[in-house]
Every structure is written in structure tokens, then in C-alpha cells.
Write a protein that binds this ligand. Sequence first.
Ligand SMILES: Cc1ncc(C[n+]2csc(CCOP(=O)(O)OP(=O)(O)O)c2C)c(N)n1
Length: 650
Amino acid sequence: MNASLPLPPRPATPTLDRVQIPSDLRNFSAEQLRQLADELRAETIDAVSTTGGHLGASLGVVELTVALHAVFDTPRDRLLWDVGHQAYPHKILTGRRDRIRTLRQPGGLSGFTRRSESEYDPFGAAHSSTSISAGLGMAVAHDLHNQSDRHVVAVIGDGAMSAGMAYEAMNNAGARKSRLLVILNDNDMSIAPPVGAMSAYLSRLMSSRSFLNLRDLASRMATHFPRGIQRTARRAEEYARGILTGGTMFEELGFYYVGPIDGHNLDHLLPVLRNLREAEEAGPILLHVITKKGHGYAPAEASPDKYHGVSKFNVITGEQAKAPPGPPQYTRVFADALIAEAAADDRIVAVTAAMPTGTGLDRFAKCFPDRCFDVGIAEQHAVTFAAGMATEGLRPFCAIYSTFLQRAYDQVVHDVAIQKLPVRFGIDRAGLVGADGATHAGSFDLAYLGCLPGMVLMAPSDELELMHMVATSAAIDDRPSAVRYPRGEGTGVDLPERGTPIAVGRGRIMREGSTVAILSLGTRLADSLRAADELAARGLSTTVADARFAKPFDAAMVEQLARHHSVLVVIEEGSIGGFGAAVLQHLAGRGLLDGGVRVRSMTLPDRFIDHNAPAAQIIEAGLGAKDIVATVMGALGKDEAKATLLVPAR
Ligand SMILES: Cc1ncc(C[n+]2csc(CCOP(=O)(O)OP(=O)(O)O)c2C)c(N)n1
């Protein structure tokens, strides 16, 4: 960032200063609410400029946030934000303004909605497309509790609306009479431009219906929600309306469709929301609201993709802080390795679920536009779609973050693994992920993939290994395979043009010793080598092995390590039940735990780890070099729980 530019003064916020919680704004005039929205936007920009985070989505819902809290009786009425990444203005208005500059910082506010953070967050989120299901559940609970005066409002983006779960929920809601208001926040953007027929449908819907103007609004709302009108008359009116306007897909699903309306215009939002609140007839309603991602901040409006998630930035110029130049990110190495494979093999195709930039597949798409498929936020479909392509001889690589692949687990098991289809998984963000926190951590893939018969599961210890593993995956054509690699940059090793396949199921010895063995999977290798230096300084000769494969792992190597050392530590950046568990099970089965070697498995702890700096998360998880040393010393009965490092870092 250009340090010479003066930072702008904090914006003056006299109206916002009067709002601690939403009830403070409920008696504001329309003019005051407009002023409040302007100040809320300025406050959001200023706060995110110091913390980084999801800016564009939050700026797009400022007026909607004000209007919803003005009209509905939150927190008694339930307000759900799908994904939760657009909830910063909501946090500011709901008692968290004093902590808004701790957003995503260690110990600070979460970047998403979170039940434990506030009673105004009735449902935690971060993965998309859950709001309608959860909202319907709440609405049904209100029915059963005879609380028909309570409202549930779910705000869901057009990107999130591309996921199957949203349709499952609408299918259920449309057949019920529960009071549920779904607000479709249509900004014609996902992280990247939205894809698919649904997106095209919403555009058509938009263009076929002009924005309702104020007069139309008043008259339409009057006809749509007549008090005391006979049900039959109402049905006739709906029927006529359907014929006149062609109806909408949402109406076919049993929702009462209203819109589209301008989501930045409080003069429209407020009366419509009030009318919907007062609607006497039960049943789900869909309000279609048109917004602009980044609204009100020119740099974010100009590049909605670059301002979806931002690092710290200069408010005046919009310039984002850049990381100092360093080794390439794993994501980029994965993409380049895949491009190199695809250049040599035109059967290779790539699939992303709405994350072309996050997975690096935007680079792949530039080289092979016809062989790259963005399927929208639809991980389940992505996996089965890839499986279908594999049956016809294509070589699909499905690039999905570890945390989002959780959603497609049955597809991985049922559609891929059982049929032994050679779908390749590029699993980015494996392990701890920093500021996005527990919802985005890739903690479980080693456990949930390592138990699948036939799966080949690899974890590179550096970016060169990643290249080799991508090449290995490309060459495995008789079963599924997966490479899991972390967020962030590699180690800076030299990289060839193209990776070379490695022997499946073979690990490698990185350093030979005789007393202690450390078996590392993935990028814990660097700390394992550091720990070995430390142990050597304590007179303990240490072997370090890089497992490379979690499945099938190198059983011969593991047995050797167990037979010829006093202590064997197995370390991975994954949950319990993963690689270490498999190694222990294997050794127990061979009778190698019956005496002799003392085996210790180091995994992520059995709890969720909050957002923090990545290095701090590793320490918190107890997976650093010091922890390895302490674990070894503990196994030898020389308690050194707080091992201090003697050897300077390499
Ligand atoms: C299951 C899942 N897959 C992928 C993501 C990553 N992701 C976060 S926000 C987002 C785009 C959401 O678009 P939209 O719902 O239109 O909201 P907007 O950001 O445009 O307001 C994606 C793909 C996610 N959160 N959850």
C-alpha cells in the first residue's frame, strides 16, 4: 500500500452513534434512516479497510440491513444471512460496533454470522445456501409454539441460490403454510460472475419486469395483500396474475413472488417490507431485491470480484495491501501443474464449484476454455458431473476446497469411489486457514477420504511435491485420487515445467537417525525437520520421513520406522481419525504396538479452532516444532511440555 497517502479521518457518524441495537433506530424517520445507511456504509468501509474481509457483499446490503432492522422486531423476529459474509453492517447495528475493527482478527469478531457471538445471529453460517432450510425450521418451530406473530427472514444471494440445498428448502417451504420471507439479494455476482441457467433466468426475470415504481408498489401491494379477502378470490387473483406476467419459477414452487425492487432505495424497501410483515395469509414469500455489489464505494463497484474479499486497503485510492513478493501460492502451483498436464493430455478437464479464482482454475480456463467447467455453488453436482465425465474416458480434476468438499461426501463415496471412477480431487485449503476460521478450515478430509476403499490420498510437503502429485493423479486412471494442499505460499523450491509421477504408496526418508522417528504427512515436514535438529541437539538421533501418501500409505516404511526406533511420532494437519489413526491401526494389527516402540499421533485437537493468524493457529493446535520436541520428550519420560528451542530456525 502507498504509505505516503494520508489516511482519511474516521467518518463522522452522528446518526449511527445513536444506534446501539436495532430498537434504537425503529422510531427514526425515513430521512434519518437514509442518513443512517450512508453512515453505516462509511463505517463499514472504514472498518474493513483496517481489517480486510468481505467488503463488496456487505456494501451491497447496507440499505437492506437498515430496512430489515427498522421493520422487523429483531432478535425476536429471526434474520438469517446466507453465507454470513455480508453481515458486517448487521454486526455494526446489533451491538457489535465497538468490536467491528476486530473483525477476523485474533480473538475478535468472526467474519460470518455466529450464534455464540450475538442473539441477533440466530444461525451461524459461512458455507452457502443454508438459510432457507434453517429459516423454515425456525418458522415451523414458531408454528408449533403457537407464535404466529413471529417472522423469519432469510436473505440469500443469487450465487447461493444456485445450490441444490436452496431448492430442496424451497420445495419443502412451498408446500407448507409457515410464515417465511426469503429475500433474494440479486446482485448478478457470485464471487466471480454467476453462471448457469438460474442466473440467466434471474436476468430474464429482471428484464421482463421493470422495477416497481413507488405508485405501482403501493397499488400492487394493496392488491397482493388484501386484508380479509376470500381465499377463492385470492386464488383467482393469483391465477390472473400468473397468466398476465407468465408467473415465476418461485410462484410455481409455491412462493408468493414480489419484485423486483431496488434494494438500495429505502423508499421502496420500507413500504414493501412493512406490507410483507403485515401480510395476513401464511405461506412463504420471495422478495426479489436488486442490489449492486460494492454499492456506494467506487473501487468496489468497479471490480466486484476483486473487492469480494479484500486485504487491508487505502480508503481514498482503494489500493489493497499486497503481500511482499515471495514463493508462489500452492493454489497457483496446482493450477500451473494442471495446465502442464492438460497441455500434454487433452482428456484432462477441470471442474470448479463457483471458485475459479480461489482454486486457480481461472488460469486453467484461460488456456483451455472448453475444458474448464464452473458449475456454480454446487459441490455435490460438481463431483457427480466429474464422475459422469470419467465414465466416458475424460480425466476430470475436481478442484474444491477441503471444507466445501464435505458437502459432496456422498457423491465422493457413492458416485466416485464405489464405482472406482478416476475422478481426481484437487483439495485446496487443507488444514488450518487463518482468518476465515473454523467454518473454512480443511480439517477433516484426511479422515473422510482416508477411510474410502481404493482412494489414493496424497499430501505434498512443498510445492514441488504438489507438482509431482498432480502428475501422479493425472496418471492414475483406475481409481479416484486426491491431493490435499494448504492455503498460502510454498517454500520457494525450484519448480520444473511439469511434474513427474511418483510411485503410489511410497514415502521417502528425509533424514536418517536411530532413536526417534518423525513421520510427517504434508507441510508439517518443515517443522518436523526443525524438531529433528532440536532433538539432535539433545543427543537424540532422529529419522524424519515424508509419508507423501495417507492412502495407501507406505506400510513397509512405517513398519521399519516402528521396528527400529524407540519413539515414533506421526504428525498431520488434520483431525483425529486421519492418517495417524490409520498408522496406529496398522501397527496394532501387526503386533508392533505390543512392546518396544512408543507411538504418538499428533493431529489437530478435538475442538474447532477459531480464526487467527495461520502460524498462531499451528501453535494453538499444538503442531509446531516445539510441540513435536515436547511430544518426543514426553514419550521418553523426560517431560518437556514447554520445550524451548535450542537451534536457531533454518
Ligand atoms: C458451499 C459453499 N461453497 C462455496 C462457498 C464460497 N463462497 C462464499 S461467498 C460465495 C458467493 C456467494 O454469492 P452470492 O450468494 O450471490 O452472494 P454475494 O457475495 O454476491 O452477496 C461463494 C461461492 C461457500 N461459502 N459455501
